[in-house]
Design a binder for this molecule. Structure first.
Ligand code: F6P
Length: 326
């Protein structure tokens, strides 16, 4: 038997649909390989407070279809301090945990990377965030479900927008990333999409909308990523309102409803694969790496790269959005 006998698993940062499927994938793979599994509750805070509970195979029954995370999550300030990380290390040693799977976003991987520079207990990451903004993986857990939630919501907004001949600015999540906005906009036939990766797009709005309105459109939907420099949907609507004096404007912020809900089939399957791959990586003596999906295959990406490098949107898809909205 290898040197890993007992692993911990935690979820950290913003929750994402499919995190439970990943926890299940980790737990069942570990048990299959003869390892013990400890669930760490409330993210890194649970490491610092020794908030541990053993997970058995039945502990993860009936969770693959549930949103949120059975282990709870948190954004933990204390783990950013050397003292906090030392407490975490001592608790892991005491519990005889030989490796940890961290399911979260780049903030979580930053903490995990620093910990692995200081201490000898390996951490392996599983990308989980609805923003899909992690370098080194085509996909993050929760993105597909959130995208479908955006599409369902915007389709409904389209109904009322058309009924009243209105212009809507719809804000979607994506801290500093436009993936949800771009794909959500294409999937709903948005007239314009404003994302942080493409600067100055708000200035072209008048031209884009006027082109469409020569075809007498009965509604206009502009999707705005929350992290846009112009200040989100309310900020942009305010800035451009003089250009659109003849329009009846409304603003909708989709907000946290995008984070909830039962995970899509894609999120369940990918989360299961990534959870499985993370445990295999620990068994193979990997540390300070994230498991990712690239062209449908599992990859290993050093935390160093995953947190430092920027994942850009595909510019041919940005161009596609422009072409489709003429
Ligand atoms: O999970 C990422 C994210 O959804 C971002 O898009 C958003 O800015 C952020 O979380 C908001 O999270 P919270 O309200 O939990 O701080």
């Amino acid at each position: 038997m290898g040197k890993i006998k007992k692993i911990g698993v935690l979820t950290s940062g913003g929750d994402a649909p499919g995190m439970n499927a990943a926890i299940r994938g980790v737990t069942r793979t570990a048990i299959y390989n003869g390892l013990e599994v400890i669930g760490i509750r409330h993210g890194f805070q649970g490491l610092i407070n020794a908030n541990f509970k053993p997970l058995r195979s039945f502990s993860v029954s009936d969770i693959i279809q549930r949103g949120g995370t059975i282990l709870k999550t948190a954004r933990c300030e204390e783990f950013k301090t050397p003292e906090g990380r030392l407490k975490a290390y001592n608790n892991l040693k005491e519990e005889q945990i030989d490796g940890v799977v961290v399911i979260g976003g780049d903030g979580s991987f930053t903490g995990a990377r620093i910990f692995n520079e200081e201490f000898d207990i390996p951490f392996v990451g599983v990308p989980g965030t609805i923003d899909n903004d992690i370098y080194g993986t085509d996909y993050t857990i929760g993105y597909d479900t959130a995208l479908n939630t955006v599409v369902e919501a915007v389709d409904k907004i389209r109904d009322t927008a058309s009924a009243h001949n209105r212009m809507f600015f719809v804000e979607v999540m994506g801290a500093e990333a436009g993936f949800l906005a771009l794909f959500g906009g294409i999937a709903t036939g948005a007239e314009a999409i404003i994302i942080p990766e493409i600067k100055g797009e708000a200035r072209n709005l008048k031209k884009m909308i006027e082109t469409g309105n020569t075809r007498k459109k009965s509604s206009n939907i502009i999707i705005v990523a929350e992290g846009d420099e112009e200040g989100g949907a309310f900020g942009i609507a305010e800035k451009v309102k003089d250009d659109f004096k003849d329009y009846d404007i409304r603003v909708t912020v989709l907000g946290h409803l995008q984070r909830g809900g039962s995970p899509s089939a894609i999120d369940r399957v990918n989360a299961s694969r990534l959870g499985n791959a993370a445990v295999e990586a620990l068994i193979d003596d990997q540390k300070s790496v994230m498991v990712g999906l690239s062209n449908g295959e599992i990859t290993l990406v050093p935390f160093r790269k995953a947190v430092k490098l920027h994942k850009d949107v595909n510019h041919s898809i940005v161009e596609l959005a422009r072409i489709l909205s003429v």
